[in-house]
Design a protein around this ligand. Structure first.
Ligand code: PEP
Length: 248
């Protein structure tokens, strides 16, 4: 009942010509895919040209971050209205690089999540433990706090996606095993049941992220509570991303 969502997070990669070339190739490779959702999240500078290239395609566009205000004196920030204006339907929020490099905390991320929902953007709330937290047996505690704090103020009617991304698996080539990922995904779904009730929890897509590649995607995607992937490195080439899109 949950449609798979395969999302590409390009991070700080691709100039405008490179971004347009990548989606031109990707469009062709995935044009026959109808049973799952496909999303690309280019850097801000490439959003508009990419949205023009994606017109009429089966690929959604998303931002990698945003600020929660609509406009104002917030130098260097991008607002939900700006993301919508260039055709975004989704926005990644609370990515581990935002949390760890830019020191975003749950309170700030929650404000962004609420603002995204209010403006009709679907937030992809990223959560995940560090290696140290996992090794000290705190994975569930950490993930639960990020989910509960990040979603505060939302209702069962709110549209959102969760991405479970263990920090030790992002960009490291170290993927969580399908079983280990499934265990945390199931735990997140149970947390969503407590927060929003079973009916809602069964409809929320929980993506896995952390070194997803063409050779490990199918094993992850076939797990019952893994509803898609958030892909970094392997989304930078049309061929490898399209293989992940079509895995399973
Ligand atoms: C990410 O950017 O969210 C990510 C999971 O990166 P990678 O696939 O490169 O580990």
């Amino acid at each position: 009942m949950r449609r798979l969502l395969i999302a590409g997070n390009w991070k700080m990669h691709k100039t405008v010509p490179e971004a347009v070339e990548l989606v031109r190739e990707l469009k062709e490779l995935v044009k026959d895919v109808t049973d799952r959702d496909i999303l690309v999240c280019p850097p801000f500078t490439a959003l508009y040209p990419v949205s023009q290239e994606l017109k009429g395609s089966n690929i959604y566009l998303g931002g990698q971050n945003m600020f929660y205000e609509e406009e104002g004196a917030f130098t260097g920030e991008i607002s939900p209205l700006m993301l919508k204006d260039v055709g975004c339907r989704f926005v990644i929020l609370g990515h581990s690089e935002r949390r760890h490099i830019f020191k975003e905390d749950d309170r700030l991320i929650n404000k962004k999540v609420l603002s995204a929902v209010e403006h009709g953007l679907t937030p992809i709330l990223c959560v995940g433990e560090t290696l140290q937290e996992r090794e000290s047996g705190r994975t569930k505690e950490v993930v639960k706090k990020q989910v509960v704090e990040g979603l505060k103020g939302l209702t069962p009617e709110s549209e959102f996606v969760i991405a479970y991304e263990p920090v030790w698996a992002i960009g490291t080539g170290r993927t969580a095993t399908p079983e280990l990922a499934q265990e945390v995904h199931e735990f997140i779904r149970n947390t969503l049941k407590e927060l929003f009730g079973s009916e809602k929890a069964e409809t929320v897509r929980i993506l896995y992220g952390g070194s997803v590649k063409p050779n490990n995607a199918a094993g992850l995607l076939k797990m019952p509570d893994i509803d898609g992937a958030l892909v970094g490195g392997a989304s930078l080439k049309a061929e490898s991303f399209s293989q992940i899109v079509k895995a399973l």
